[in-house]
Design a protein around this ligand. Structure first.
Ligand SMILES: *Cc1c(COP(=O)(O)O)cnc(C)c1O
Length: 231
């Protein structure tokens, strides 16, 4: 990949390189507000965070900046109420119970919250998300259509770390096929069921080739994360 010399240059690189239908989510987790301001100055509006406390604090610090916050990390039900007032999209919905809580908090805020269903596509055991079987079973069984303040807009997936390009193609391709299947089965009349959140710093090019509409890029924009300091 390219030596990115500044946040501004890397943001501009992605804005100039990504196809028009692919949105850049700048993953700012662990990085301070100053760096987010730099990215905003370079024209970036969508940011991803995986810790809800951190996202809430940054949202407060950046009030009025027009940032759209994307929740990309595992979301505990007891944290939903903190982010429900402002979160732009939740990418990491992985249970019906969580959907019910998002509905409850969205009602309280008088909002409709756009969500993606996270599907487990990687070989690693540790990644969160529905398996394909669990997802179809949930959609079959539960009254998710009754949750009218939660808008299911597509799927999100995380590929296997360090996978070869053919394997990445297979994993991302499966997510795309899953999205197309759900579209014909449950979301036929839903124009906004169209998002595929897939691709990170290591694998975004393959994800875009396989139909991604949202890439979640951290390190290539902000540099390495220092978990020792920020965890
Ligand atoms: C951290 C994270 C990213 C960004 O990772 P990079 O490899 O730094 O681009 C993307 N998606 C999720 C879910 C993450 O947790």
């Amino acid at each position: 990949m390219y030596a990115m010399t500044s946040i501004k240059e890397s943001i501009q690189f992605f804005h100039n390189t990504l196809p028009e239908n692919v949105r850049l989510i700048a993953v700012s987790k662990t990085h301070p507000e100053d760096l987010i301001r730099e990215a905003i100055a370079a024209g970036q509006t969508d940011f991803g965070e995986n810790k809800m406390q951190e996202m809430t604090a940054k949202n407060r610090a950046l009030t009025g900046s027009g940032v759209r916050w994307h929740c990309i990390g595992h979301l505990q039900t007891n944290k939903v109420k903190d982010i429900a007032p402002f979160v732009h999209m939740i990418h990491s919905v992985d249970s019906f119970r969580l959907m019910q809580e998002i509905e409850r908090q969205a009602v309280r805020c008088g909002r409709i919250i756009p969500c993606l269903l996270q599907v487990h596509i990687a070989m690693e055991e540790t990644k969160f998300g529905f398996s394909e079987e669990e997802l179809t079973a949930m959609l079959e069984r539960e009254d998710w259509a009754g949750l009218q303040h939660l808008r299911i807009c597509g799927l999100m997936g995380i590929a296997t770390t360090g996978a070869s390009v053919p394997q990445l193609r297979d994993e991302f391709g499966r997510l795309r096929q899953m999205q197309q299947f759900l579209k014909t089965r449950w979301f036929t009349d839903r124009e906004d069921f169209k998002e595929l959140s897939m691709g990170m710093s290591e694998d975004w090019e393959t994800a875009v080739e396989e139909g991604s509409t949202m890439v979640r890029i951290g390190s290539l924009i902000f540099g390495r994360r220092n978990y020792a300091v920020n965890a």
